[in-house]
Design a protein around this ligand. Structure first.
Ligand code: APR
Ligand code: ZN
Length: 246
């Protein structure tokens, strides 16, 4: 099954001219960054109140819980290097086949890998803003050192808590219009390392046209498997190795 799917995948890649990738946390797990819903996901941790930790109303009441989670993750983010999955998408861009990466990830690894057209629909850690007065603070060593100690970074103007410009549940997603246009232009949409379970991003694959081939590479089944031409339930890096494209 796997090899069959792989041959068809390789053959389809060679014929595609407008590939769009839709990635999730699973493309970064081999870089040491945990996903959310996989077997070792963040939401499985007993010391975390599940998805609540990413709810904006919960953050406003308990910013310390969020930063406690990130105190032991901030270094894994800073030291993470792109996986074979990230490098595979960079290679597809270099050979002119991949046009856009739509990512739910906030780890910046697609940019580190060198992809140039990345839509970070769930934001990123590049900027923080004060939840009281709105003042914006670019990510800095100072903020990282506060977070590393498990403390809450605060605004130097009003002492309000700083929040990263990451999209929490209850906040509008970034770049959704552009992402939708790209999905509708694609002749191949590859979903990599995402459970495709969080809306509105999880609606994107439903907007593919009849000339778009949906490919899903994910360790676990997703709600779109039945609509995909190719489904590979396997480790992304293993699939990339088998393509011999790197
Ligand atoms: N290879 C293939 N699949 C993998 C790998 C891997 N190396 N590692 C993990 N996976 C799969 C998991 O089995 C899981 O199905 O990746 C998927 C990741 O799914 P989630 O943890 O739900 O992550 P994601 O889809 O990115 O979540 C979307 O939810 O909490 C919010 O904002 C957060 O952006 C996140 C959004
Ligand atoms: Zn402030």
């Amino acid at each position: 099954m796997l090899l069959e799917g792989l041959d068809l995948f390789m053959d389809s890649l060679s014929k595609s001219k407008y590939i769009v990738a839709l990635t999730g946390a699973g493309i970064s797990t081999n870089a040491g960054i945990p996903d959310f819903r996989g077997p070792n996901g963040i939401y499985k941790r007993k010391d975390i109140p599940g998805e609540k930790i990413f709810e904006v109303s919960y953050f406003q009441q308990n910013p310390a819980d969020f930063y406690k989670l990130f105190s032991d993750m901030v270094d894994s983010y800073a030291n993470a290097v792109p996986t074979k999955g990230h490098l595979f998408l960079k290679k597809l861009e270099d050979i002119g086949r991949l046009k856009t990466v739509i990512t739910q990830n906030i780890d910046g690894l697609h940019q580190k890998a060198g992809n140039t057209n990345v839509i970070e629909v769930h934001g990123s850690f590049s900027n923080f803003y004060c939840i009281s007065c709105g003042k914006v603070f670019p990510m800095s060593e100072k903020i990282v050192s506060v977070i590393r100690k498990g403390n809450v970074p605060v605004c130097d103007a009003c002492k309000g808590a700083l929040k990263p410009d990451v999209v929490f549940f209850g906040e509008p997603v970034h770049g959704l219009e552009k992402a939708l246009t790209e999905v509708q232009r694609a002749d191949m949409l590859i979903a990599l390392g995402t459970s495709l379970s969080v809306y509105p991003v999880a609606t994107l694959p439903s907007y593919i046209t009849d000339n778009t081939m949906l490919v899903i590479i994910n360790a676990e089944p997703t709600q779109y498997d039945h609509r995909a031409k190719i489904v590979l339930h396997e480790d992304i890096d293993l699939i990339v190795e088998r393509t011999k494209l790197l």
